[in-house]
Ligand binder design. Structure first.
Ligand code: KG4
Ligand code: ZN
Length: 325
């Protein structure tokens, strides 16, 4: 079974090809060069870049994987959530391709697909707790089966990755901010500055990162940028404390056999280490995708599609719309 996965929900154009549960290729064209001057993703520019790149990427994926277009059995594409114009590029491309090669199309959820990046690992057991920590989302899912996701916690304001990006902008670092903050934090002291760990009461599974962001802003206003490495390390610790405490609450509330992480922030070595320490302590089996599968990519869309097929979910209609279902 050969599945083509297409991802264009934000600022990465991704094409992945999965054959019999093996990733043959996973090509990503980032748009960092385009958006970095603005310090954030500009939706119109993102859509245009997807349009310019998607067929080039598709042809490259076909060449690199050695798969013929006629070998593709199924097509999967991100339908939601994401930037509407950016999503439209991927969905339109996928609809046109599915129509021309007469193959079934699956329009899939981007967040579920971040979690699905782990699904090729046969050791995963369900029910599982899924946790997407990305530029646009900080969301917990109770996952009964690979195709049954229930949202049980989410951010009420800024997403975790968005907070990294905004703090990096305050510190005049580059975009996207996460990798720059991580690098700076390596040489800083994480206990130097006490930034708030916002928990929204004793039982909430939701997040609020705007208070942390504002605390960093006030700290910089008062003290300047002298101790930038300590700011980054202390900020990262506050984020880590928040993510771990909320995950711990989820595990108390939901009885699960696996903890599955996904999303761009999960590339962060410090956050990965905190989760490994936490899972060892709690005795919960932890799964984190390879770094290349954490960022938005086409392979994760193909993997999610393969699980929908295996669980007997019918293909989507071959129509162009990107509104949430
Ligand atoms: O999953 P993703 O590619 O896009 C969304 O679906 O939103 O995640 C992008 C986010 C950005 O906010 C970026 O700053 C963050 O992931 N990120 C990181 C790191 N690498 C990427 N955050 C913290 N540390 C990193 N090393
Ligand atoms: Zn994403």
């Amino acid at each position: 079974m050969t599945i083509l996965g297409i991802e264009t929900s934000c600022d990465e154009t991704g094409i992945g090809i999965l054959r019999d549960d093996k990733i043959l290729c996973n090509i990503i064209a980032t748009q960092e060069d385009i958006h970095s001057v603005y310090g954030g993703v500009v939706p119109e520019l993102a859509s245009r870049a997807h349009i310019e790149r998607i067929d080039i990427l598709f042809n490259k994926a076909i060449r690199e994987s050695g798969v013929k277009v006629s070998d593709i059995d199924y097509i999967g594409v991100t339908k939601t959530p994401g930037l509407k114009g950016a999503l439209l590029v991927g969905v339109s491309f996928a609809v046109g391709l599915a129509y021309s090669i007469r193959k079934p199309l699956y329009k899939v959820n981007h967040l579920y697909s971040h979690i699905a990046s782990n699904f090729l690992n046969p050791e995963i057991k369900f029910p599982a707790l899924g946790f997407v920590v990305s530029g646009g989302h900080t969301t917990f899912f109770y996952i009964k089966a690979p195709v049954s996701f229930e949202t049980v916690g989410r951010t009420l304001d800024d997403a975790c990755g968005e907070t990294f990006d905004k703090v990096a902008r305050m510190l005049h670092l580059g975009f996207p901010g996460g990798p720059y903050i991580e690098k700076m934090a390596e040489k800083g002291e994480e206990t130097k500055i006490k930034f708030p760990v916002v928990l929204l009461g004793k039982t909430s599974l939701d997040f609020s990162f705007s208070g942390l962001k504002t605390a960093v802003l006030y700290y910089i206003k008062k003290n300047g940028l002298r101790d930038i490495q300590d700011i980054c390390a202390s900020f990262q610790k506050a984020v880590g404390d928040t993510l771990i405490e909320k995950t711990s609450r989820c595990l108390e509330r939901y009885s699960v056999k696996s903890l599955l992480l996904g999303g761009g922030v999960v590339q962060n070595g410090y956050i990965r280490k905190r989760f490994h320490e936490f899972s060892d302590k709690k005795g919960i089996k932890l799964f984190i995708p390879d770094k290349k599968l954490c960022l938005d990519n086409g392979a994760m869309i193909a993997i999610m599609t393969s699980f929908l097929i295996k669980h007997g979910v019918s293909p989507s209609e071959n129509t162009i719309e990107v509104l949430p279902t």
